[in-house]
Design a protein around this ligand. Structure first.
Ligand SMILES: Nc1ncnc2c1ncn2[C@@H]1O[C@H](COP(=O)(O)OP(=O)(O)OP(=O)(O)O)[C@@H](O)[C@H]1O
Ligand SMILES: [Mg+2]
Length: 235
């Protein structure tokens, strides 16, 4: 296996947190980990350059030396879907370019984690979505589920889409986004286990380790080691 595609039930559900945690965990287990964020929107302008925050964080936690232009070839300022941001910027996102960079990264690493943007049906261009990209890269999905009210529906919609398109799914990771657990958050794990045969790969608690500036690698590895079913993730 050479890659995993980290998608989510929505934007802001913890894809980057999970991908950084997996990158740190797998590299601590001796794997050479590559990362990719093919398109990042909502980038801040710093010293005349668009800064892809997710891509930079992924690179930091994977400890890979991939050039930023390969890791994140498409960066946009507008915080909208890639196809929309690209159109606003007068740029066309080329799937062949993404595929070539993915193959370059995957060829140099034991495992490559690719983070999408938003959810699985977010468009990169016209009718071409991240689901199509997954199929073209031939990588299984890991679905990050923001554990809140609506998560069951969003999870089943995403798994249904993956099933229809014949995309393999390694499993889903539940992620707690708020410090207090409402009744939905308390019952989501059980409800999802009842609703689908796709395995739960783990459940992450609300954690300060997810913060943009959080850099406690040791604590993150310990958390992931405790919570993630690595054997299932990699099988
Ligand atoms: N387990 C958690 N505990 C506390 N805060 C969390 C947790 N997971 C994510 N967050 C917070 O939620 C926000 C979104 O997380 P993250 O950036 O990982 O989401 P994402 O799915 O990658 O978003 P995007 O679609 O923008 O790429 C961040 O501010 C992050 O710190
Ligand atoms: Mg992200």
């Amino acid at each position: 296996m050479t890659g995993l595609f980290i998608t989510g039930t929505d934007t802001g559900v913890g894809k980057t947190f999970v991908a950084c945690g997996l990158a740190a965990l797998l590299s601590a287990k001796g794997k050479k980990v590559g990362v990719m964020k093919p398109v990042e929107t909502g980038c801040q302008l710093k010293d005349g350059q668009l800064q892809p925050g997710d891509a930079l964080r992924l690179r930091r936690f994977s400890r890979s030396k991939i050039p930023l232009d390969v890791l994140c070839p498409y960066r946009f300022a507008s915080p909208v879907a890639p196809a929309v941001a690209a159109e606003m910027a007068g740029v066309r996102i080329e799937k062949e370019q993404i595929r070539a960079y993915y193959q370059q990264i995957a060829g140099q690493h034991d495992i490559t984690l690719v983070e999408g943007a938003g959810g699985l049906l977010v468009p990169l261009a016209d009718r071409y979505t991240f689901a199509d990209l997954c199929r073209d890269l031939d990588v299984p999905l890991v679905l990050v589920v923001g554990s809140k009210l609506g998560a069951i529906n969003h999870t089943l919609l995403t798994l249904g889409c993956a099933g229809t398109m014949g995309l393999p799914v390694r499993g889903y990771m539940l992620n707690q986004l708020t410090p207090t657990l409402d009744v939905a958050a308390r019952t989501n794990r059980h409800a999802l286990a009842q609703a689908t045969d796709v395995p739960c790969l783990g459940s992450l608690p609300f954690s300060p380790l997810s913060g943009e500036d959080a850099d406690d690698r040791v604590a993150l590895i310990a958390l992931m080691n405790r919570e993630v079913d690595v054997r299932r993730l990699l099988e």
